[in-house]
Design a protein. Structure first.
Length: 119
């Protein structure tokens, strides 16, 4: 089961070596992060991950939340959308964040909310 984080610090597994104070985004492997290069950042690393599989502390832009999955499921690192029944899905509704872990119908997953871009 997912673990909700009420603070803005969370540990992830680095998918590759990442230096401290780098923007990161979720990887498609559950609970892993990579350097963000496309605006999908969820926070900044607070320490170095010398190699893949090292644990790295990330200062998140927002706390993480639990959500119930509807439909065919949500992939790790994928965008989650709010839908009419109060659940999240991989399509439809309003884009609201990214899935930290994958889930299928009625699974409880952890989601993170990205920083709103400045326009």
């Amino acid at each position: 089961m997912a673990t909700q984080v009420d603070s803005t610090n969370r540990s992830f597994v680095a998918n590759a070596a990442i230096s401290a104070f780098r923007l990161v985004k979720l990887h498609t492997t559950e609970n892993q992060v990579v350097v963000a290069t496309n605006g999908a950042a969820i926070g900044f690393t607070q320490d170095d991950a010398a190699a893949a599989s090292d644990t790295v502390n990330v200062k998140l832009f927002h706390p993480t939340y639990f959500a119930t999955v509807s439909g065919t499921g949500v992939a790790a690192g994928g965008v989650v959308h709010s839908i009419s029944d109060g659940k999240v899905a991989s399509l439809g509704g309003v884009s609201m964040g990214y899935a930290v872990n994958a889930g299928t119908t009625n699974d409880i997953i952890e989601i993170t909310i990205p920083m709103k871009p400045i326009i």
